[in-house]
Design a protein around this ligand. Structure first.
Ligand code: GLP
Length: 239
């Protein structure tokens, strides 16, 4: 595990973007596993800046996102499909047909989970998986539980996650109660993982993930077993 301490959010974002752009330079047709939330917004801004400066080319890049709320159509402004379009895809030259995200409106859970696993397999697996960290130690939407879920699945969001994410919605009742997410097994198959963390609200989760026991009660703790993880976190997160 390689660990970077940065002074603040902007430095974290810059470092993360440099790692992603190095990946694209090294393998122009790489598969990026992408994340949503407030943490990666600065990273996506920096990638956009590099693209606009002519330093990056997404024309062969493929993307597979971690998760999506259940029941939100992709044009809903709270869907992760919408988030990705607004924060990255529409600003760079990635081809829409090369972007993938679970389909929140597929009502048949088995069909959607199998489809998404197949999509990732057909892409040849993920080269670099970007991850944020939930306040309860979740990655993607893999909530604390009694076991590490292997594959893409449908989850019931915990109250802690609903509380954390309600800031993006008009009212708490609007926050979806379920989501599709890559499983822990899906995430761990990525060849390289980049975990980005900022802010004091993530301090406990970060320490438990990196230095605590490996347990599905702290889903991110499994990253201790991955052979190629980079952690970039700011001073507030390290504490
Ligand atoms: C969300 C997402 C995760 C994200 C995490 C942290 O619920 N499903 O992929 O990493 O929670 O979000 P934020 O970056 O807004 O703190």
């Amino acid at each position: 595990m390689r660990i970077y301490h940065t002074a603040n959010y902007d430095e974290m974002s810059l470092k993360a973007a440099q790692i992603i752009s190095a990946q694209i330079t090294m393998k122009p047709d790489c598969v990026l596993g992408l994340a949503t939330g407030s943490t990666p917004i600065g990273t996506y801004k920096e990638l956009t800046r590099q693209y606009e400066a002519g330093l990056l080319d997404f024309s062969q890049v493929k993307a597979a996102n971690l998760d999506e709320y259940r029941d939100l159509p992709k044009d809903n402004d709270q869907s992760y499909a919408y988030f990705m379009r607004e924060n990255l895809f529409k600003h760079v030259n990635i081809l829409p047909e090369n972007t993938n995200i679970p389909n929140g409106t597929q009502t048949d859970v088995d069909v959607e989970c199998e489809r998404y696993e197949k999509v990732i397999a057909q892409l040849g697996g993920v080269d670099l998986q970007l991850l944020g960290l939930g306040r309860n130690g979740h990655i993607g939407f893999n909530e604390p539980s009694d076991e590490f879920p292997k594959m893409t699945h449908c989850v019931n969001l915990t109250q802690s996650t609903i509380d954390a994410n309600k800031r993006f919605f008009e009212k708490e009742e609007d926050v979806p109660r379920q989501a599709y997410t890559m499983g822990i097994g899906t995430i761990m198959k990525a060849r390289k993982i980049l975990l980005i963390v900022n802010g004091s609200s993530k301090r406990e989760a970060l320490h438990r993930a990196l230095y605590g026991p490996i347990t599905p009660q702290v889903p991110a703790s499994i990253l201790q077993l991955h052979p190629d993880v980079i952690v970039v976190a700011d001073a507030d997160a390290w504490g």
